[in-house]
Design a protein around this ligand. Structure first.
Ligand code: MN
Length: 346
């Protein structure tokens, strides 16, 4: 079976907290991705299966491409239903914080979360966990939070209570955080878990199609335009830069999620070590970065833009114009040449 990476004492504490509570809120980070939603819903279904009253509260809306997941439509978005979401948080007896390491990652919901009286259990795989939670299950070596939730459920002896619906959610998180098992995916346990989820009855091919390979015509055209007209290669720094301004997004009828995965595309070129995608949103510039090998885009995001993430996948927000954001990025590039593979060093 899979290795036991979560500490026994921690599991005991979670078991005790669970036995003492009925009303449970599960929450995740702002602009939730497949792992945030998948882990949250997978945990929710399993806790409900053992008679708890668990509900998922998200800081903002579940993206369209994940709405097919069982239970997604019942989640409560704080951005839409602030009062109700706040009430759920303040009346909760136990709160799970999934796929984020710092309370600021829930954005405007932070105050409601931090001031809630319920004990908080963090399950996460980002570096440097903060201290807002009472119990911390933090494993940055794990490829997804969904995988950690599966591990925790097994250790709590709840494997048999994981339904097909829960398995679909957990699998989706594991799949989306590894680019359909194309990066961060060499951990053997990953495939043991997938086999167990398949035995629960999931259709992994359908889940891939629904979560990762469903796009509207306008979004296909927008991605084509971005790659054909807006991708700039900067060979001196092993970098690819794609920018989309507000006018361009509007022209293609941009909707949230339409450019999901775009930032990964330039990495297909051997000469591109890291890829940056800048999108001009209404109030800020959304920065996404991906890299190959040892190039630490999380360093670039945190040191230059105050964001964060993983070695090969990170992000940030920039308050200012797109032009200023591009200039800031370009100025910073030389400082990171030292992380380029040897052949690139000048
Ligand atoms: Mn994740």
């Amino acid at each position: 079976m899979i290795s036991r990476i979560i500490n026994e004492k921690t599991i005991d504490r979670v078991r005790d907290l669970l036995s003492e509570s009925n009303k449970i809120v599960i929450t995740c980070h702002l602009t939730p991705d497949g792992d945030a939603i998948g882990s949250s819903l997978g945990l929710m279904h399993t806790l409900n299966a053992i008679g708890k009253s668990a509900v998922v509260v998200t800081p903002d809306m579940v993206p369209k491409n994940l709405m097919f997941l069982p239970g997604a439509k019942d989640s409560v978005a704080y951005s839409r239903h602030e009062e109700y979401a706040g009430k759920l948080l303040s009346e909760a007896e136990l709160i799970f914080c999934l796929d984020f390491n710092e309370s600021k990652r829930v954005d405007r919901m932070e105050q409601a979360l931090v001031s809630a009286k319920a004990p908080k259990v963090m399950i996460d795989h980002h570096l440097h966990p903060g201290d807002f939670a009472d119990v911390v299950i933090s494993h940055p070596e794990s490829s997804s939070t969904s995988m950690l939730v599966f591990r925790a459920l097994c250790r709590l002896e709840l494997f048999d209570c994981i339904s097909r619906q829960a398995a679909e959610c957990i699998f989706t998180g594991m799949m989306t955080d590894t680019g359909n098992f194309s990066y961060n995916s060499n951990e053997p346990d990953l495939y043991i878990v997938i086999a167990e989820l398949l035995r629960k009855g999931i259709d992994k091919d359908r889940l891939f199609q629904r979560a990762c390979n469903t796009f509207s015509e306008s979004s296909i055209r927008l991605n084509g335009y971005a790659l054909s007209e807006k991708m700039e290669l900067i060979p001196d720094h092993g970098c690819s830069l794609i920018t989309l301004n507000a006018e361009e997004l509007k022209r293609f009828g941009y909707e949230k999620g339409d450019t999901e995965g775009l930032v990964n595309k330039p990495l297909a070129m051997p000469e591109v070590v890291w890829s940056v995608y800048l999108r001009e949103d209404p109030t800020q510039i959304k920065i996404s970065m991906r890299s190959k090998g040892e190039f630490p885009v999380n360093r670039v995001c945190s040191e230059v833009f105050g964001g964060g993430g993983h070695l090969n996948a990170a992000g940030a927000e920039f308050k200012g114009s797109l032009e200023d954001c591009i200039a800031t990025l370009r100025n910073a590039m030389p400082a990171y040449d030292k992380y380029l593979p040897h052949s690139k060093k000048k």
